[in-house]
Design a protein around this ligand. Structure first.
Ligand code: 5GP
Ligand code: ZN
Length: 115
């Protein structure tokens, strides 16, 4: 997808602080971190979201990268939260499948609807 921001990051056309990369996925620091650890993991191929006929192999690669990133970022023991905002109600703003890895602080418990 030529006009997709995360495709451009995946192809190194746009710079990002890369945390982990292999043939299938890339993990990079969120430009606007919400917590001390805020890393995004994307498949290198373009899928809009988790329901966009993503091959199970790719979903597996993304989740395998979660564990690797948690180790690299030093939150494997302390814990972290993974989030994949999806679609309108999920407040997805970049329409290239991505998982947020959030940590380095204790999470709020609340996960209800917006006020
Ligand atoms: P979403 O809201 O779609 O779940 O998350 C998109 C995330 O991408 C946001 O947390 C936002 O800060 C991050 N983001 C947006 N543009 C850029 C960028 O150019 N570079 C990086 N590294 N992150 C970005
Ligand atoms: Zn894309």
């Amino acid at each position: 997808m030529s006009d997709c921001l995360f495709c451009k990051i995946a192809s190194h056309e746009i710079d990002a602080t890369i945390v982990y990369e292999d043939d299938y996925v890339m993990a990079f620091e969120d430009i606007n971190p919400q917590l001390p650890v805020h890393t995004l993991i994307i498949p290198k191929q373009h899928y809009a979201h988790v329901g966009d006929d993503v091959p199970e192999e790719i979903l597996g690669k993304v989740f395998a990268a979660v564990a690797k990133v948690a180790k690299i970022k030093g939150v494997e023991e302390s814990g972290y939260r993974i989030v994949a905002n999806t679609g309108e109600d999920g407040r997805q703003t970049v329409h290239h499948l991505h998982v947020h890895v959030l940590g380095g602080a204790r999470m709020p418990i609340r996960m209800g609807p917006a006020d």
